[in-house]
Design a protein around this ligand. Structure first.
Ligand SMILES: [Mg+2]
Length: 432
């Protein structure tokens, strides 16, 4: 019995999130920039039409932005994360068998829906998500995840498909595959795309018809799985419960290089806080912590410094982890160097119920647990970072903070930043 998957993909996701709360952005060129307002990571169709490429540095397109009044935003992860959750919640109405693949994409198992018209069902999914969340999506339906990706890619581009394409029957399959460049096939990286093109394989149809042993020799088992998926054999089933992560990493590039130890201590304390919060959210403790610093590659020969600590007792207590992280940081810090990035990696994650007691443990674990619970509860209810450890520093000392100069409001996650509506004298409503 064959399977049916749907890929639901949010269109220009970050831009679409901005538009939900700022209707003036509709039909205008809009881009969202990466951390420190570096590169364009999301573009509206109008911005794409101006020739703004994915990941282009903002300074390279200054003229295009000015000439065309492109609306520019810093990344607003609080908003995007919350909107993503709303989209996924909505998709759960259609099936509990859902794999959240990324912040703006999910695979759905549609095996229960084979008797109904899948295009209609896809359209129903699309309309419901748009109505409930304001986010436009495209839906690709097919017998494997790789083919569903291809269907989704065509659904987005084709005017006739208008956002929904069902390739679950083989009727239009060859035509569809021929329309997709080999580099756009899920799992074919840039290097493989180049290599395949050099060997006369330019589109997904040619890849499906490629010789198994040739692909195996050049791309290994992964290549063979890819061929199978293109031929309708499932190599990648739905992953309903993602495997527990093996590590948690928090790292950032500073908006300007940092020389002072005090500033680095504050930055690392902030990364530890956010990492520890993630550990607690997943009910795990870390047995090993690594702290690292990077200097400017061009100014310094050795640019990477790290220290790894085995913790005496696996932990997710923010204060305790900051203490160890600071110890490690002091060991690798050298005066006079200018650092551009720091990070903290938590490893050897285990369930919090499995914590091995240590006779020499100086931390009152039950008390620490209560304190952390209270901390998370308050920050969740009132706003992230409302309560934080003094080690993070305040105001002036937080020069390590990533720059988001053009960030929109956290419309959905902070009371103080709710959307405001006012009425003008004529009685019309204005959105701010
Ligand atoms: Mg997308």
């Amino acid at each position: 019995m064959s399977s049916v998957f749907a890929l639901v993909d949010c269109n220009n996701f970050y831009v679409s999130c901005e538009r939900v709360f700022n209707p003036r952005l509709v039909d205008r060129p809009v881009i969202v920039l990466s951390n420190n307002d570096g590169c364009a990571v999301a573009r509206s169709n109008e911005a794409k039409a101006l020739g703004i490429k994915m990941a282009v540095p903002a300074f390279q397109i200054r003229d295009i932005i000015r000439k065309n009044k492109v609306q520019v935003f810093s990344s607003n992860y609080a908003l995007y994360g919350d909107m993503s959750q709303r989209v996924m919640q909505t998709l759960l109405q259609f099936t509990p068998n859902l794999e959240i693949y990324s912040i703006d994409e999910a695979f759905l198992d549609l095996n229960g829906c084979k008797r109904i018209n899948l295009t209609d069902y896809g359209r129903d999914i699309k309309n419901t998500v748009e109505k409930w969340t304001g986010i436009p999506v495209s839906v690709g339906i097919a017998g494997t995840k790789t083919l569903a990706k291809i269907a989704g890619c065509l659904a987005k581009k084709s005017n006739r498909a208008a956002g929904v394409l069902d390739l679950s029957s083989t009727k239009y399959m060859d035509q569809a595959l021929a329309a997709v460049a080999v580099g756009e096939v899920w799992g074919v990286g840039r290097q493989y795309a180049q290599f395949l093109k050099a060997n006369g394989i330019e589109n997904a149809l040619q890849l499906r018809e490629a010789d198994d042993s040739f692909i195996r020799k050049k791309m290994g088992v992964v290549g063979l799985r890819l061929l199978g998926e293109l031929r309708g054999e499932i190599s990648y089933p739905l992953e309903l419960s993602p495997p527990r992560r093996k590590s948690i990493m928090v790292s950032r590039t500073f908006k300007r290089p940092i020389v002072l130890l005090e500033e680095l201590l504050a930055a690392v304390a902030a990364y530890v806080s956010s990492g520890a919060e993630k550990l607690r959210r997943e009910n795990v403790v870390a047995g090993v912590m690594m702290v690292y610093l990077m200097t400017d590659r061009f100014k310094d020969e050795t640019c990477y410094y790290s220290r790894t600590l085995k913790l005496p007792v696996a932990s997710h207590d923010t204060a305790e982890l900051i203490r160890y992280a600071h110890k490690a940081l002091r060991e690798i810090y050298e005066k006079g160097r200018s650092y551009k990035k720091a990070g903290v990696l938590f490893n050897d994650l285990g369930s919090e119920t499995m914590v091995q007691a240590n006779f020499l443990d100086t931390v009152d674990r039950p008390r620490s647990k209560k304190l952390m619970q209270a901390l998370d509860l308050i920050n969740e209810a009132v706003g992230r970072g409302v309560i934080a450890y003094g080690a993070l520093g305040t105001g002036q000392r937080q020069s390590w903070k990533t720059a988001f100069n053009q960030r929109s409001r956290s419309y959905t996650t902070a009371w103080a930043e709710l959307l405001e509506v006012s009425c003008d004298e004529a009685g019309g409503a204005n959105l701010y």
